[in-house]
Design a protein. Structure first.
Length: 132
């Protein structure tokens, strides 16, 4: 499971590095020590915490322009697999995005709680991408 540096974790949560450090110092989010000896946040813990601190989705304002494709960077918070299909849930800032895909695709992408992923949304389909 990946561990996220504070800068990267804060960006995924939509808060400042200082805010995330205060939360860690107060015990609100657990930390680990990475290979370089720095404090970091385990991916599964970050996914759990992202769900906890997710702000309510604001009311939609009138749309002046829109794109055909939207990309939401976030963390996988849950993957439910059966023999054929997988349900993948991501926390992308305040937004929870759910995608249904083949189990094979979820396995090939290595999707599990705490993995950073991108939900590419076009029309009624959500395509999950892994950066890198």
């Amino acid at each position: 499971m990946p561990a996220y540096r504070f800068r990267d974790a804060a960006e995924l949560l939509g808060v400042s590095d200082d805010t995330l450090r205060r939360w860690a110092d107060s015990g609100r989010v657990a930390t680990v020590t990475d290979e370089a000896g720095r404090r970091a946040i385990d991916g599964a813990e970050l996914a759990r915490f992202a769900e906890e601190v997710a702000a309510p989705v604001p009311d939609a304002e009138p749309v002046a322009r829109e794109s055909a494709r939207n990309r939401f960077v976030g963390l996988v918070t849950r993957v439910i697999r059966d023999k054929v299909m997988a349900q993948v849930e991501l926390q992308c800032g305040p937004y929870r995005v759910v995608s249904l895909m083949s189990r094979e695709a979820a396995d090939e992408l290595g999707l599990a709680p705490g993995v950073k992923a991108i939900a590419a949304v076009k029309s009624t389909n959500v395509v999950v991408e892994v950066p890198g």
